[in-house]
Design a protein around this ligand. Structure first.
Ligand code: GDP
Length: 367
C-alpha cells in the first residue's frame, strides 16, 4: 500500500488547507473532511472532538507555529478543548540516547493497547532536535509496530525554540490529544539534561530507562533525575546482560533508599526488562498501574496535576514576558549594542540589563 504521505492527495493537504503539513506517521490516517478550506477554530475543535486525527495533526502544527495568527487560533482551540481533556494516563519516558527508548515505547505501546484498548499518543520533548534534526522520534521508522497501528498517533518534538517553548507546546498537544479521545499519552524525552524536569511537570508517572554493564551505573546519572523517577527500569536484560542488569537494579534500589520518601508516598520500584525481546514488559506495566491505583486512592494524583497546572501558569507568564521583551523592536535593536559594551567591559552586565529593562518598562508605560 502506498503510504498516504506520499500520495498526491495527501500532499494536497498543505496546498488546500493553508496549514503546514502535519508530520503524522500513521498510514491509516485519512484526509479529513475539512481539508479543502482554511479551518476555523470551531472546525478544529469539532474535528478533534470527533477524534479526527488528520485535524488533530493540523491543530498540533498550529500549536507549534510561531506565526501570531496561528497562535491566536491555536490558543482558542486549546481553550475549547480543555474541558474535554485530562481523562488519560500520562507517562514520561526518559533515557540517554541508546538506552532503548524507541524500541521500548514500541513494545510498551503495543502492550497497553492490547491490555486496555483505547488510543495512544506518543509525543516528545527534545530541545536538541533543532541541532540534531531530531534525535528522538525524528525517524519515523523507529517505532515499527506503533507507527502502523490504527489507534496510535506519533508526533515528533517541535523542532524550534527554547526548552520551555518546546515543552509548553508538548503540554498543549497533550490537551488536544486527550480531547481527541487519546487516553494514554507517552512523553519521550532524552535523559541528558533539563528536559526531564519539563517532562516530569506534565506527566503522572515518570519512567527512567537505564542501562547496566558499565560498572558505574550510579555515577553517570544525576541525583535530581533519579529523584524525579516514579520507576526505574533497566533495559536490555537479555542474554549475557541479565546478571549485570540485576546487579545494577540492586544498586539502584540501594541508592533509592538513601533518598527521602517522595511526596507521593510511593517508593519507586526498580525492574529489569528487555524491550527488544519483549521480556518483563507486563511487570513494568503492572508497576505503573499499581502506582496509578495508589496515587488515585491517596489523592496524590489530583494534587500532582494541580501543582503542574500552577507550574505551567508561571511558565507561561515567564515565557510571554520574555517574548514581549526580546521581540520588542526597540529592545532588539538595542540588545546587540548592549552586548558589545558588556563584552568590551564598558558596562557591567547588571547596569546594561537595568538600562534595557528601564527602556522596556518606559516603552510599555510601566513605571
Ligand atoms: P533510543 O536512542 O533510546 O531510542 O534507543 P533505541 O531504541 O534506538 O535502541 C538503541 C539500540 O539498542 C538499538 O540498536 C536497539 O536494537 C538496541 N536495543 C534496544 N532495546 C534492546 C534490548 O532490550 N536488548 C538489546 N540487546 N538491545 C536493545
Amino acid at each position: 500500500m502506498e503510504h498516504p504521505e506520499n500520495s498526491e492527495e495527501y500532499k494536497g493537504l498543505t496546498v488546500n488547507s493553508g496549514v503546514q503539513q502535519p508530520s503524522i506517521v500513521n498510514p491509516y490516517l485519512q484526509r479529513g473532511r475539512f481539508a479543502r478550506r482554511r479551518l476555523t477554530a470551531a472546525d478544529y475543535v469539532e474535528g478533534i472532538l470527533h477524534g479526527d486525527v488528520s485535524i488533530l495533526g493540523q491543530a498540533v502544527t498550529l500549536v507549534e507555529s510561531t506565526v501570531p495568527e496561528h497562535q491566536a487560533i491555536a490558543q482558542e482551540v486549546i481553550e475549547r478543548c480543555l474541558p474535554h481533556s485530562g481523562q488519560s494516563i500520562r507517562i514520561g519516558i526518559s533515557g540517554v540516547p541508546g538506552a532503548g527508548k524507541s524500541t521500548s515505547i514500541d513494545e510498551f505501546g503495543i502492550h497497553v493497547l492490547q491490555r486496555t484498548g483505547g488510543k495512544l499518543a506518543v509525543l516528545a520533548i527534545d530541545p536538541s532536535s533543532e541541532k540534531t534534526k531530531g534525535s528522538i522520534l525524528g525517524d519515523k521508522t523507529r517505532m515499527e509496530k506503533l507507527s502502523v497501528h490504527p489507534d496510535s498517533f506519533i508526533r515528533p518534538s517541535p523542532s524550534a525554540g527554547s526548552l520551555g517553548g518546546v515543552a509548553r507546546k508538548t503540554r498543549e498537544t497533550i490537551i488536544l490529544c486527550e480531547a481527541a479521545g487519546f487516553d494514554k499519552i507517552f512523553v519521550e524525552t532524552v535523559g541528558v539534561g533539563q528536559s526531564e524536569t519539563a517532562c516530569h511537570s506534565m506527566v503522572d508517572f515518570f519512567l527512567l530507562i537505564q542501562l547496566a554493564g558499565t560498572g558505574d551505573e550510579l555515577q553517570g546519572i544525576k541525583r535530581g533525575i533519579m529523584e524525579m523517577a516514579d520507576g526505574i527500569v533497566i533495559n536490555k536484560c537479555d542474554g549475557e546482560n541479565v546478571e549485570p542488569c540485576q546487579l545494577a537494579a540492586r544498586q539502584f534500589r540501594n541508592a533509592l533508599h538513601l533518598f527521602p520518601m517522595p511526596e507521593s508516598g510511593w517508593l519507586p520500584k526498580v525492574l529489569c526488562y528487555s524491550g527488544f525481546y519483549g521480556l518483563g514488559i507486563t511487570e513494568v506495566w503492572d508497576m505503573i498501574y499499581e502506582y496509578m491505583d495508589f496515587v488515585k486512592k491517596n489523592g496524590y494524583f489530583e494534587y500532582r496535576r494541580a501543582q503542574q497546572a500552577k507550574y505551567w501558569m508561571y511558565e507561561s507568564i515567564n515565557e510571554q514576558l520574555r517574548n514581549s521583551f526580546y521581540h520588542h523592536p526597540t529592545i532588539s535593536t538595542l540588545l546587540p549594542q548592549a552586548e558589545q559594551s558588556v563584552l568590551a567591559g564598558q558596562q557591567t552586565s547588571f547596569i546594561a540589563a537595568k538600562r534595557l529593562l528601564d527602556t522596556y518598562f518606559e516603552l510599555k508605560g510601566i513605571k
